[in-house]
Design a protein around this ligand. Structure first.
Ligand SMILES: Cc1cc2nc3c(=O)[nH]c(=O)nc-3n(C[C@H](O)[C@H](O)[C@H](O)COP(=O)(O)OP(=O)(O)OC[C@H]3O[C@@H](n4cnc5c(N)ncnc54)[C@H](O)[C@@H]3O)c2cc1C
Length: 413
């Protein structure tokens, strides 16, 4: 591409920083507008991503070669039975290849690669519009306006950009939430049942399931005994029960997520009891000992296009997909990398953006389909892992979830 572009990015999280890295390396001038005041802190949760995505991040120097992570190679499908009350019965084990780490470490690593002069904190974007055919204008809360050749909204699942580009696209609550927590490895007598494993455990008397795996310690340590158990329990909850559940200890109501340590004690106790009644003892004990647990409501949203004119969407600002898929890291990272490549390869900016929008929209639809398949399999119609044999479980998995080489099917936010 002949001329470097002046590009404005709304949101300096995973997708925004990835875009800034790829686009500035391609010679474009980037400016990130991030409404937060300083460092983005992880919400206390780990992420797993396919090893292929993780290796690309390292090979392309988007994260450090020694970025702290743990490895998962097996995903056993487990349930409690009267004979296996402690560890549960494994119906079948899926082979996987995943890297697991902390969201906060990933953000810090990406952020280190973005020039401080390009990353503007405390800049709340309130609007955007086109001026002519090749200028996009951002409006900020402080009253200022900024002109760009291209504007990218990387502003998360409640995206202003998505609302501007696709007013009809809605966030849809999926009827279940993800209750999450962390516990130090040393709190349990041993972590052997989770060595390089990410079990998915169905409940005895409830739809949904638990996923659990080991991530590095908060300081990045991957030494045995210093790491953390990271778990997430998918639990169906009717929409009319949410206002009470999403009200914190101080009486404040939250939309979308309830931060660590703010959940009402009686609700946390009730969920711990629910898990105690439904899970094998070892896993129920991990949950019972965890403190400062938190909630993330599960939504989806789909868009018809990733860009209109010179305004585009990145990461969760585009399609929002269930966390069973690779949506957490994979989407924002790939949207950013593909955009830099399209701008490099196409003759004109408009052709590049249109081509990029088409490929991202297609990929988004594939991830959404995968999310719906996995939702049916893991939330609404799980197999009975307490009784199914290995051949039946393998056949059920293969008929439920289509294999997809590009993003695999085993990433967790
Ligand atoms: C602070 C934070 C902590 C998180 N911690 C975890 C975790 O521990 N574990 C986990 O699995 N997932 C975590 N997530 C997950 C997250 O929801 C996604 O999976 C992932 O980060 C998607 O990346 P994204 O860049 O598309 O969007 P997001 O990460 O949601 O980032 C959107 C960014 O845009 C900014 N923004 C939004 N609107 C505006 C505006 N109008 N003007 C300017 N800036 C704006 C936000 O402040 C935010 O930084 C976290 C997200 C955030 C923002």
């Amino acid at each position: 591409m002949a001329n470097p572009l002046n590009i404005g990015i709304v949101g300096g999280s995973i997708a925004g920083c990835s875009a800034a890295i790829y686009l500035s390396r391609a010679g474009h001038k980037v400016t990130i507008f991030e409404r937060s005041t300083g460092k983005l802190q992880g919400r206390g949760g780990g992420i797993a991503t396919p090893m292929a995505t993780f290796q690309s991040l390292v090979e392309e120097d988007v994260i450090d070669a020694d970025f702290p992570h743990t490895i998962v190679r097996e995903m056993p499908f487990v349930a409690r039975t009267p004979n296996d009350v402690q560890l549960g019965r494994t119906a079948w084990t899926l082979s996987v290849d995943l890297a697991c780490f902390h969201w906060g470490s990933l953000w810090e690593n990406l952020r280190e690669r973005v020039d401080d002069r390009s990353y503007l904190n405390e800049r709340h974007v309130t609007g955007a519009n086109m001026h002519g055919s090749d200028t996009a204008i951002l409006h900020l809360e402080d009253g200022s306006t900024h002109e760009f050749d291209l504007v990218l909204f990387a502003d998360g699942y409640h995206s202003l950009g998505r609302r501007l580009l696709e007013p009809d696209s809605e966030l849809r609550y999926r009827g279940y939430l993800l209750w999450r927590g962390l516990l130090s490895e040393a709190s349990m007598r041993n972590s052997d049942p989770l060595a390089e494993k990410m079990p998915r455990l169905t409940y005895a008397q409830l739809e949904g399931h638990l996923v659990i795996y080991i991530v590095p310690g908060i300081d990045g340590s991957t030494t045995e005994g210093e790491r953390l158990y990271n778990w997430g329990a998918y639990i169906p909850v009717d929409g009319d029960e949410l206002p009470e559940l999403m009200t914190d200890r101080e009486g404040r109501s939250h939309i979308g997520s309830l931060p660590p340590g703010s959940m009402r004690r009686e609700n946390e106790k009730r969920l711990k009891e629910l898990m105690g009644a439904n899970l094998p003892g070892y896993f129920a004990e991990i949950i019972d000992k965890s403190e400062n647990t938190f909630i993330q409501l599960i939504y989806t949203a789909d868009v018809q296009a990733y860009a209109r004119d010179r305004i585009g969407l990145l990461g969760d600002a585009g399609d929002v997909v269930q966390p069973f898929t690779t949506s957490g890291v994979f989407k924002g990272f790939n949207n950013a990398r593909d955009l830099a490549a399209a701008l490099n390869e196409q003759q004109s900016v408009d052709d590049a953006v249109a081509h990029w929008s088409q490929t991202q929209t297609q990929r988004g639809k594939r991830i959404l389909t995968l999310g719906e398949q996995m939702e049916q399999a893991f939330i609404w119609n799980p197999l009975d892992f307490a009784s199914a044999d290995a051949a039946t479980t393998e056949a059920w998995w293969k008929s439920s979830v289509a294999e997809d080489e590009e993003f695999g099917f085993a990433d967790e936010r």
